[in-house]
Design a protein around this ligand. Structure first.
Ligand code: NI
Length: 389
């Protein structure tokens, strides 16, 4: 392992910083304390700081030499609405909020790298440190882009990293192509004609139509996608009725679709809408389906940039500790918005075995502090490679 010695020497300080953020988790677009800590830490290193990008986002700009090359390195800062079940001393001090996805660690790793690069980094070009808000379902990356991130702080390539429970500390996962899925939400309202449960012939039952629809959407993946493509359609909510003897007037369904390619993403939506129209006609009810506008696209790494990340990680932890082209996750990630705009790569860093509930979004999760110096060293070596002197 080729951890940078001066970063290793800062391990305890980085862990203390990470635990402080962990103890004070902030939800999407409320990351004011975290953003202030990040901005102050960057300023202490002499890095140019811009606050309030995408509401609570922070951008640091570090220039060296005269090269026009520019890269973006991104960390997310937000926590989740989960009540922490851990009882260690740095557990959340905020009821119902918790860093259950390790964004406290992501923020700390990128800050550790920024400190090193500002003090003694050997590079020629511009590093843009992107500390984004609201990764968890609220599209903070898109908010930063809408706020002119790439116009104000232009980068040619952009890179991200996420911890991965179930992968040993000291290992990386790197892949070219799709690594995370798109995520869209849908809401369906079925309107029939309510009435007495003993006289169904006088009603149009939205429950029976809804049941048919839940079954029908299972055929979208099974019968309309190429078997070599990946997709998910999950109905996760079905609400109707209040009584034993009343056929209700309406039923409401909600769910999510996931895909690794834009074409599949569109096909899933089209499939849900087509079946809604068909079931409505078949059952004599009206069905309205709406898809949210804030869905996340698939996270797709570009091949050349993924290869560079593979080599940088391999030089750091040994090639045998880099899982190359491991299968994608059907989870989603809003780093995808950056990758829609620029080439780049999003990697996984091992967080340990993932035992005793230490898995993403679990109330017993915690970021593994042993990864801090590894991740910070990775960021430094990646920047030095991309902006080599
Ligand atoms: Ni996350």
């Amino acid at each position: 392992m080729q951890i940078i010695p001066s970063i290793a020497a800062r391990g305890d300080a980085l862990a203390a910083f990470r635990r402080d953020i962990h103890a004070h988790p902030e939800l999407a677009y409320e990351e004011t304390r975290t953003a202030a800590l990040v901005a102050e830490a960057l300023e202490r290193c002499g890095i140019e700081v811009h606050r309030g990008i995408g509401q609570t986002g922070v951008v640091g700009v570090l220039r060296r030499g005269d090269s026009t090359r520019r890269i973006g390195l991104r960390a997310d800062m937000d926590a989740l609405p989960i009540e922490e079940a851990n009882d260690f001393s740095h557990r959340s001090q905020h009821a119902g909020r918790m860093h259950a996805c390790g964004h406290d660690g992501h923020t700390t790793m990128l800050l550790g790298a920024a400190e090193y690069l500002a003090a003694s980094g050997r590079f020629d070009g511009t590093v843009v440190f992107i500390f984004q808000p609201a990764e968890e379902g609220r599209g903070g990356a898109a908010a930063m882009l809408a706020d002119g991130l790439l116009e104000r702080f232009p980068v040619d390539e952009v890179y991200g990293m996420h911890n991965w429970p179930g992968m040993r500390v000291g290992r990386f996962g790197v892949a070219a192509g799709p690594v995370m899925a798109s995520a869209d939400r849908f809401d369906i309202t079925i309107t029939g004609h309510g009435g007495h449960a003993a006289m169904p012939h006088l009603t149009r039952d939205p429950l029976v139509a809804g049941a048919a629809l839940v079954n029908a959407v299972q055929t979208i993946v099974a019968r309309t996608l190429d078997p070599l493509d990946s997709g998910v359609v999950s109905v996760t909510r079905f609400q109707a009725g209040d009584a034993y003897n009343v056929i209700p007037h309406q039923a409401r369904l909600s769910g999510t679709t996931r895909a690794l390619r834009a074409e599949v993403r569109a096909a899933l939506r089209e499939g849900v809408e087509r079946l809604c129209a068909g079931i409505a006609a078949a059952y004599g009810v009206s069905i309205e389906a709406t898809f949210n506008e804030g869905g996340y696209p698939p996270t797709v790494n570009t091949a050349a940039q993924a290869q560079v990340c593979r080599e940088v990680a391999g030089a750091l932890v040994g090639e045998e500790n880099v899982a190359w082209n491991r299968p994608p996750s059907m989870g989603a990630e809003d780093f995808s918005f950056f990758l829609e705009q620029r080439p780049g790569c999003y990697v996984w860093i091992g967080n340990g075995p993932g035992e005793s509930g230490c898995t993403l979004h679990n109330p017993r999760y915690d970021f593994n502090d042993d990864s801090l110096v590894i991740g910070a060293s990775y960021w430094v070596r990646l920047a030095e490679r991309l902006l080599s002197v």
